[in-house]
Write a protein that binds this ligand. Structure first.
Ligand code: SF4
Length: 119
């Protein structure tokens, strides 16, 4: 199982990602159900050339993209991004903290069946 974490670009100006990374490596919160073989292959923000990042994640065999908890809390394009990513990957809409968001509901989307990616 290959995992990607995409975080909010503005938050990355001041956050080192410790909460996301701790949750992944300690297999807690959004990552609690993964076994020892889950591999983190992408940790990036969702800005910049996102098409290129998606292309690279497909190439690298990413199965599940986690949108960060700060994305759930503050990003205007949270839902839109989850829809777009679910064309290629399963999407889990948080990383650390509670499964239920305070500001909005947590998105959980399966990869769309119509996708033709070979991963
Ligand atoms: S979810 Fe938490 S640890 Fe991860 S980037 Fe956002 S503020 Fe930082």
């Amino acid at each position: 199982m290959k995992i990607a974490i995409l975080v909010r670009e503005e938050t990355m100006q001041r956050c080192t990602g410790k909460g996301c990374l701790n949750a992944f490596f300690q297999r807690k919160d959004a990552f609690a159900a993964y076994g020892d073989h889950a591999e983190l292959v992408t940790f990036s923000h969702a800005g910049g050339d996102l098409d290129r990042k998606i292309e690279m994640m497909i190439k690298n065999g990413v199965d599940v993209v986690h949108l960060s908890s700060c994305m759930r809390g503050k990003a205007d394009n949270y839902e839109e991004l989850a829809m777009r990513l679910s064309e290629h990957f399963d999407v889990v809409g948080y990383t650390h903290g509670g499964e239920e968001g305070k500001e909005r509901a947590t998105i959980m989307r399966k990869k769309l069946a119509a996708s033709t990616d070979a991963n």
